[in-house]
Design a protein around this ligand. Structure first.
Ligand code: SAM
Ligand code: SF4
Length: 432
C-alpha cells in the first residue's frame, strides 16, 4: 500500500512542479514513506535521516518529509527529536501535501495526522493515476475496525473506509489504458470492502466480476484478506473468473484457538479450515499463503505445536512469519513477553517447515512450461522478469516484445523465492 501511496504522491506533487528523481543526492525534496507494523521502523527513520543530512552537507538542504504510519504514530515528536525533519504527514492526509510543501517555503514546519480518508480519496480521484507498470496496485479499501490486540493499523490508518465502486473501476480503466495487464486490489482488510450506493451494495466479488469483463486486463489479485470476511460470494468467484489468480493470502497468525482469542482475532482455527476446504472444493488449483506471529505473549509449547500442525496440514506455498513485536499503544504491548530464545527457536522451526513446502511446490514446476506475465527487463542483465499465477518471481531469457504479454516459460532451475527458465518457443509459437 505504501508503494501505491507513493505513486499517488508523485502524481499529486507534479502540480507544484516536483518530479521523481533517480539521483537521490540531487533532490529538492526528500520524502520517506514509512511502515510501523513491526519494531525498529522508527529508529530506521532516524538512521536514514542521519544519512541524508550527511549527504547534503555541502549542498542546499532538501525539504525533508516523513510520511506513512511512523509519521502518524510519532507525529510532532519526530520534529522535536530530529529538527532536520520539516514535515510530518500521516497516510490519510496526503491530499494536503501540495499545500504543506508550498507553506514550508515560508518556513512553517507542519504536522498533519488527521483521518480524512474520504476527503483524501475525493481529492486523489481527480488526479490521474499515472502508473504504467504491467502489474499495478489499486487501493480499494483502507483502515481497520478489527483491533487485533497486537496491531497498530487501526491507530495509524484509522477506521475502515471503502472507496466508491465507480471510482475504483474508473481508476482501473485508466491504469489498463496506461498498459497495466494485472491489477492487485489493496486494502488492510480488502475483503471487508463494502460500498453502498442507494439500495445497491457492492462487495469485493462485484469488483472482481466487473474487472473480469475488461478484455485487456489479464490478471486480478487482491490482498490482504481476513478470514472473518471470506464470504461465499467471494469464494464463488474462484469458480468462474479465469482472471482471478489462484493464490490467496489469508493470514491466520496462529494455529491455537487460545492464542487467536488472546489476539482478539474473533475466529477459530476450525473456521479457517472450513474456508480452506470450501475454496479447494470450488477450485482445486487454489493455493494458500499466510502470516504467522510467533512467540505471542502466553504462547506455550502446545500452542506452538498446534500452529506447526496447521502448517503441516495446509501446505502454504508462501508465508511471512515474525516474532511478536510489541507496538506502543496496542493492548498486547502491556503483556509479558515470552522467553526470547524460545521464541527464536520456534521461529526457526516453523520457517524450516514453511520453506520446505515452498521448495516442494517449486520442485513440481521443474522442466514444466508455466504461464508468466512479463513485467520488465532486469537492470544491467539480458534477462526478463515476470510472475507466474502463484506470484512467484520468474527470471528468464526473453525479448522486449514479450513485455506485457503472458508467455510460456520452461523452468530449468529454482531457489526458494525465484524460478529460472527460458521462453518455451514451441508453445509460444503455437499460441501465436
Ligand atoms: N489485516 C490483515 C489480517 O488481519 O490478516 C493483516 C494486515 S497486517 C498489516 C500484516 C501482518 O503484520 C499481520 O498479518 C501480522 O502477521 C503482522 N503483524 C502485525 N502486527 C504485528 C506485531 N505487533 N508483531 C508481529 N507481526 C505483526
Ligand atoms: Fe491489524 Fe489485520 Fe487485525 Fe486489522 S485485522 S487489526 S489490520 S491484523
Amino acid at each position: 500500500m505504501n508503494e501505491y501511496d507513493t505513486n499517488r504522491i508523485y502524481d499529486t506533487v507534479k502540480d507544484i512542479g516536483y518530479f521523481k528523481t533517480n539521483d537521490h543526492l540531487d533532490a529538492d525534496c526528500y520524502l520517506l514513506n514509512t511502515c510501523h507494523i513491526r519494531d525498529k521502523s522508527k529508529e530506521k527513520v532516524y538512521d536514514e535521516i542521519g544519512r541524508v543530512r550527511k549527504n547534503y552537507i555541502n549542498k542546499k538542504k532538501p525539504i525533508v518529509i516523513i510520511a506513512g504510519c511512523v509519521a502518524q504514530a510519532e507525529s510532532g515528536e519526530m520534529i522535536k527529536r530530529e529538527p532536520y525533519i520539516d514535515i510530518i504527514i500521516g497516510p490519510q492526509s496526503y491530499h494536503k501535501i501540495n499545500r504543506i510543501i508550498e507553506n514550508f517555503k515560508f518556513k512553517n514546519k507542519e504536522e498533519l495526522t488527521e483521518f480524512d480518508t474520504e476527503e483524501k480519496f475525493n481529492y486523489l480521484d481527480k488526479i490521474k493515476n499515472n502508473d504504467s507498470n504491467v502489474s499495478s496496485f489499486l487501493t480499494i479499501q483502507e483502515g481497520c475496525d478489527k483491533f487485533c490486540s497486537f496491531c497498530v493499523v487501526p491507530y495509524t490508518r484509522g477506521p475502515e473506509y471503502s472507496r466508491p465502486f465507480k471510482k475504483i473501476i474508473e481508476e482501473a480503466e485508466s491504469l489498463i489504458k496506461n498498459g497495466s495487464k494485472e491489477l492487485t486490489l489493496l486494502g488492510q482488510n480488502v475483503n471487508a470492502y463494502l460500498y453502498k450506493d442507494g439500495d445497491k451494495i457492492y462487495k469485493l466479488s462485484d469488483l472482481i466480476l466487473e474487472l473480469d469483463k475488461i478484455k485487456e486486463l489479464k490478471r486480478i489479485r487482491y490482498t490482504t484478506s481476513h478470514p472473518r470476511d471470506m464470504s461465499e460470494d467471494l469464494i464463488e468467484c474462484y469458480s468462474y473468473s479465469k482472471k482471478l489468480m489462484p493464490l490467496i493470502h489469508l493470514p491466520i497468525q496462529s494455529g491455537s484457538d487460545k492464542i487467536l482469542k488472546l489476539m482478539n482475532r474473533n475466529h477459530k482455527v476450525e473456521k479457517y479450515l472450513e474456508i480452506y476446504k470450501m475454496l479447494k472444493k470450488t477450485n482445486n488449483d487454489v493455493e494458500f499463503s499466510s502470516d504467522f506471529i510467533i512467540g505471542y505473549p502466553g504462547e506455550m509449547d502446545t500452542d506452538f505445536n498446534d500452529t506447526m500442525e496447521l502448517v503441516k496440514n495446509i501446505k502454504f506455498i508462501n508465508s511471512y512469519s515474525f516474532i511478536f513485536s510489541p507496538r506502543p499503544g496496542t493492548p498486547a504491548s502491556r503483556l509479558k513477553l515470552i522467553d526470547k530464545e524460545i521464541a527464536k527457536e520456534r521461529l526457526v522451526n516453523i520457517q524450516k517447515v514453511l520453506e520446505g513446502h515452498q521448495i516442494k511446490k517449486n520442485q513440481t514446476l521443474l522442466d514444466k512450461s508455466i504461464e508468466v506475465l512479463v513485467e520488465n527487463k532486469l537492470k544491467n542483465q539480458n534477462k526478463y522478469f515476470g510472475r507466474n499465477i502463484f506470484l512467484n518471481s520468474v527470471i528468464f531469457n526473453g525479448e522486449k516484445k514479450y513485455i506485457g504479454k503472458i508467455v510460456d516459460v520452461k523452468i530449468t532451475k529454482f531457489n526458494r523465492n525465484t524460478l529460472f527458465g527460458e521462453i518455451d518457443e514451441r508453445k509460444n509459437m503455437r499460441a501465436a
